[in-house]
Design a protein around this ligand. Structure first.
Ligand code: MTE
Ligand code: LUZ
Ligand code: MOS
Length: 756
C-alpha cells in the first residue's frame, strides 16, 4: 500500500499550519528576540511599539495570566524573558499586528537595555564552572579500574561531535483560536499535542480541558518539535486569549534557525583497553553534553547517551559518566537518535584509535566484540533476540566486505590525487521511551453506519508514514479494505494524555492501541454475525474482502449490512483502545533495569571517494542490512532507512554549526548551513531487510524504524578518514565532526594538521 500522503505532497495539496485558511480577523504575531547571549534586563519598554501602525498589542512576561514557565521535565524555562536573558534569540516580547510585517516593523520601537554577563558556549568550561543541570550520572558494569591490568593495549583520546539543525521543511508555527467558553483551540505543528495542551494550560492558568490541540500533519519534526513546538503554540494561545482574536504565529526559516534548539554537541574523553587479539576488556568514557540555556529534554537525552555507550558491542567492564553542561546557546533538544548517535561516535572513534595503534583492521575489533544472545548491557538488561552478528554477517556476505576493502586498496595504489575509503558501522538501538511512564498510548475508533471507519490516536504524522501504518493495522484487524479507513487529525479531545510521537515508538504504541480498539468492535460484530447466521461459535466468523465468512464459506452478509444491523440493535460501534508497553522499568538509584521493549539491529558499509586536491568527497555507496522485524510497510520503511542514512551522513560531514565566542550562531541561514541535497546523496543506498525476523514485542511482529538508521551515517566519517589516511599516512587522525572539506584539507596539507 502506498502512503496516501504522497500524492497530496507531490501536488502541493497537503495542508500545513501556514496553509490553513484562517478565520476572519486573524492577527499575526512576531517574536522579539534577545540580542544578547547572557545578561540582566535593565529596561524593557514596549509602550511605543504598541502604538505602531497596525499593531494590536505587545505582550511581555507581565501579561501572562498563569505561569511563565514552559519547562517540561525541569521547570527552568520562561515563555517570555523575565529578569535575565540566557541565549541570543530568547523570546523577550511578542508583537501582535494585522500582518507579520507590521509586527516586525514595531521591533525598532521596543526599548531593551541589557547589562551583559559572561556567556559560556563550551561544555567543558561550563563543567569546570560547575554549572550542571543535574549531577553527573554514571552507568557501570564490571570493574574498569581492575580490568586495565589485564589489557595488552590501552588507548585514550578525545572526541567532539557538532550539533545539527533539524531543517524540517515546515518551520515552527501555530494558529490559536478563541472558543466560546473562554477556551482556546490551537492548531500546532507539534510532535506532542498533549505537551502543547499541558503547557498552554499552565501558561494561561486554565484547566487542560479548556485547551484543544489539533495537528493534521507536520512538515517534518525529527525531534525538533517534540518539545520545542510548545513555546510558539503557547505564545499564539496567550495572544489569542488576551486579545480574544485568532492569532497566527509562524516562524520564517531565519527565525527558526536562530531561535530554536538543535542536536546537542558533545565533547568526550575515552579510554579503551583491549587484548592483543582485539577483544575489548574495558571502556571508560566521560561525556560533556552541551545542553544549552535550559534543561529542555537534555536530561533524557543524556540518559539515552549512557544507554547507547557500548552500541552494538559487549564490553565486560564499563564506566560511562555524563554531564548536562549549561551554556548560553539556544537550548539543545531531541534529534533523531536522541543522544545515541553521539555515544556511538565516541566508541567508534575509540575503536579506530585502537586499530591504528595496534595495526589491526577496525573491522576485526568491531566483529570480535559484537553482542551475543544474553549479553548484558551496562544498564543491566540482557539482550534478547540478538541480531547483531546476523546483520553483520549478512552484510558481509551480501555486499562482499572483502571485495569492497580490496577495491579500496587497489584504487588507492593506482591513484594519487583521489583516494577511496570504506567503513563498517554496526548499530544497536533500544526501543521505548527511557522514561517508562511515557510508554502508553490510546486510540479511539468509530465505525460509521455506512461501514466507513474513523481512527484517532496520539500519533502525529511527520512524513514517517505512521498514519499509513496505522491505517493498515486498522484495516487488517477489522479485515476490511483499507479504503474504508480514515486517519483523523491528532487531537487532544479524541486522544488524551498522549506521549509525543517520538522515540520511534509512534507506530508501535499507537498501532497496538488501535488494534485493541478494533478488536473490541470486531468482537461485538462477530458475535452479532454468528447470531444472524444462527451459529453458536463467533470464532467461526471471519470477515474477508468486506463479506462475512462462516467456517471459511462466504455468506450473503456484507460488512455494511452487518454494521447497519449492529446500529439498529444498539450495539456500540465505537471503541477506545489503550496500550502500555509491558515489563519495562528502570531504577535510577541503581542505574539498572529493563528500560527497552526490544532492540533494533543493523550493519552498514559506507564507501567514499576523496578528491585530495579539493578536500571534497563523494559518498559512493551505503549498503545496509537492517532488522525491521516484519515490516508494516515496505516502501515506508525503506524510505525511513534511506532518509535516516542521509541525515546521519549530513550530521557527520557537512552540517556545521559555528558559534561566535559571544554566543551568536554564525551559520544561521540556508547559504551557510548546508544540508545534504540530491547531489550529495550517495549514488547507491541499498537497504536490505532481514528476512524471517519477526518481533513478538511489537505490533504485528514489526520493529520501530524511525531513528536507528540515522546512526549508519556515522560510518561516513570513518570511511572519509580512511581515504585521508591513504593520502597522508603520517597524519594524526582526529575525531571532530562534522568532517568538512576544510578540515580534510588541513589534514592533507598542513605541516601540523590543526584540529579546530
Ligand atoms: N521521518 C520523516 N520523514 N520526518 C520526520 O520528522 N522523524 C524521525 C523519524 N522519521 C521524522 C522521520 C524521528 S526523530 C522519530 S522519533 C520517528 O520518525 C517518529 O515517528 P515513529 O515513532 O512513528 O517512527
Ligand atoms: N524522547 C523521550 C525520546 O522523551 N524519551 C526518549 O527516550 C526518547 N528517545 C528517542 C527520542 N525521543
Ligand atoms: Mo524523535 S528524536 O524521538 O522525535
Amino acid at each position: 500500500m502506498k502512503n496516501f500522503d504522497v500524492p497530496l505532497h507531490t501536488k502541493g495539496r497537503s495542508v500545513f499550519v501556514d496553509d490553513m485558511p484562517v478565520p476572519e480577523g486573524t492577527l499575526y504575531a512576531a517574536v522579539f528576540p534577545s540580542p544578547a547571549a547572557h545578561g540582566r534586563i535593565k529596561k524593557l519598554d514596549v509602550g511605543k511599539a504598541g502604538t505602531g501602525e497596525g499593531v494590536a498589542a505587545v505582550l511581555t512576561c507581565k501579561d501572562i495570566p498563569g505561569q511563565n514557565q514552559v519547562g517540561a521535565i525541569i521547570q527552568d524555562e520562561c515563555l517570555l524573558a523575565e529578569e535575565t536573558v540566557h541565549f541570543m534569540g530568547e523570546p523577550v516580547a511578542l508583537v501582535i499586528a494585522e500582518t507579520k510585517a507590521a509586527a516586525k516593523k514595531a521591533f525598532k520601537d521596543i526599548v531593551l537595555e541589557i547589562d551583559p554577563l559572561p556567556a559560556v558556549t563550551d561544555p567543558r568550561e561550563s563543567y569546570a564552572n560547575g554549572t550542571l543541570i543535574i549531577p553527573p550520572r554514571t552507568f557501570a558494569l564490571g570493574d574498569v579500574d581492575k580490568a586495565w591490568e589485564e589489557c595488552d593495549m590501552i588507548v585514550e583520546g578525545r572526541v567532539d561531535s557538532g550539533g545539527q539543525e533539524h531543517y524540517y521543511m515546515e518551520p515552527q508555527g501555530a494558529v490559536a483560536v478563541p472558543v466560546e467558553d473562554g477556551g482556546i483551540k490551537i492548531y500546532s505543528s507539534t510532535q506532542s499535542p498533549t505537551g502543547v495542551q499541558r503547557i498552554a494550560a499552565r501558561v494561561l492558568g486554565q484547566p487542560m480541558h479548556k485547551i484543544e490541540v489539533d495537528t493534521r500533519r507536520i512538515g517534518g519534526g525529527f525531534g525538533g518539535k517534540e518539545d520545542q513546538a510548545t513555546p510558539w503554540a503557547c505564545m499564539a494561545a496567550l495572544a489569542a486569549y488576551k486579545l480574544k482574536k485568532p492569532v497566527k504565529l509562524v516562524l520564517d526559516r531565519g527565525e527558526d534557525i536562530k531561535m530554536t534548539g538543535k542536536r546537542h554537541p558533545y565533547s568526550s574523553d575515552f579510554k579503551l583497553g583491549l587484548k592483543e587479539d582485539g577483544t575489548i576488556l574495558a571502556y571508560d568514557v566521560m561525556f560533556y553534553q552541551n545542553s544549552g540555556a535550559s534543561a529542555d529534554l537534555s536530561t533524557a537525552i543524556l540518559e539515552r547517551t549512557l544507554f547507547h555507550g557500548t552500541n552494538s558491542y559487549f564490553i565486560p567492564n564499563v564506566r560511562a559518566t555524563a554531564a548536562c553542561c549549561y551554556t548560553n546557546l539556544a537550548p539543545f533538544t531531541a534529534f533523531r537518535g536522541f543522544g545515541g548517535p553521539q555515544a556511538m561516535f565516541v566508541l567508534e572513534s575509540a575503536i579506530r584509535t585502537a586499530a591504528e595503534t595496534m595495526k589491526l583492521s577496525p573491522r576485526v575489533i568491531q566483529q570480535k566484540n559484537l553482542l551475543n544472545e544474553d549479553d548484558t548491557f551496562p544498564y543491566g538488561m540482557k539482550v534478547e533476540n540478538c541480531r547483531a552478528r546476523r546483520c553483520w554477517e549478512e552484510a558481509e556476505e551480501r555486499y562482499g566486505f572483502e571485495a569492497i576493502f580490496q577495491n579500496v586498496e587497489s584504487f588507492n595504489a593506482a591513484n594519487r590525487m583521489k583516494k577511496k575509503g570504506a567503513a563498517v558501522m554496526p548499530v544497536c538501538f533500544g526501543i521505548s521511551f527511557t522514561n517508562t511512564m511515557m510508554n502508553q498510548a490510546g486510540a479511539l475508533v468509530h465505525v460509521y453506519t455506512d461501514g466507513s471507519v474513523g481512527v484517532s490516536t496520539g500519533a502525529v504524522e511527520m512524513g514517517q508514514g505512521v498514519n499509513m501504518k496505522i491505517l493498515g493495522i486498522a484495516a487488517c484487524t477489522l479485515s476490511i479494505s483499507p479504503g474504508r479507513v480514515k486517519i483523523e487529525t491528532t487531537n487532544t479531545t479524541r486522544a488524551a494524555n498522549t506521549s509525543p510521537t517520538a522515540a520511534s515508538t509512534g507506530a508501535d504504541m499507537n498501532g497496538r492501541a488501535v488494534q485493541v480498539a478494533c478488536q473490541g468492535i470486531i468482537g461485538r460484530l462477530k458475535r452479532l454475525a454468528a447470531e444472524l447466521l444462527h451459529h453458536e461459535n463467533a470464532d467461526d466468523i471471519e470477515i474477508k474482502e468486506d463479506m462475512v465468512h462462516l467456517t471459511g464459506w462466504k455468506t450473503a452478509l456484507s460488512w455494511e449490512a452487518l454494521v447497519t444491523e449492529a446500529f439498529n440493535r444498539r450495539i456500540d460501534l465505537s471503541s477506545h483502545g489503550y496500550y502500555a508497553t509491558p515489563d519495562i522499568y528502570f531504577d535510577r538509584t541503581e542505574e539498572k533495569g529493563k528500560p527497552f521493549a526490544y532492540h533494533v539491529f543493523g550493519t552498514a558499509v559506507t564507501e567514499v571517494t576523496l578528491d585530495c586536491l579539493r578536500g571534497t568527497y563523494e559518498i559512493d555507496a551505503v549498503h545496509v542490512v537492517h532488522d525491521a522485524g516484519k515490516s508494516l510497510n515496505f516502501l515506508i520503511d525503506r524510505g525511513q532507512a534511506e532518509g535516516g542514512v542521509v541525515q546521519g551522513i549530513g550530521w557527520m560531514t557537512m552540517e556545521e554549526l559555528i558559534y561566535s565566542k559571544d554566543g551568536r550562531l554564525l551559520t544561521d541561514s540556508s547559504s551557510t548551513y548546508k544540508v545534504p541535497d540530491i547531489k550529495f546523496t550517495p549514488r547507491v543506498v541499498d537497504v536490505h531487510f532481514l528476512e524471517d525476523a519477526g518481533n513478538p514485542k511489537a505490533v504485528m511482529n514489526s520493529k520501530a524504524i524511525g531513528e536507528p538508521p540515522l546512526m549508519y551515517g556515522i560510518g561516513a566519517y570513518f570511511a572519509i578518514l580512511e581515504a585521508m589516511k591513504a593520502f597522508r599516512p603520517d597524519g594524526d587522525i582526529f575525531f571532530h565532526s562534522p568532517l568538512t572539506p576544510e578540515k580534510v584539507l588541513n589534514f592533507l596539507y598542513l605541516k601540523k594538521p590543526s584540529i579546530p
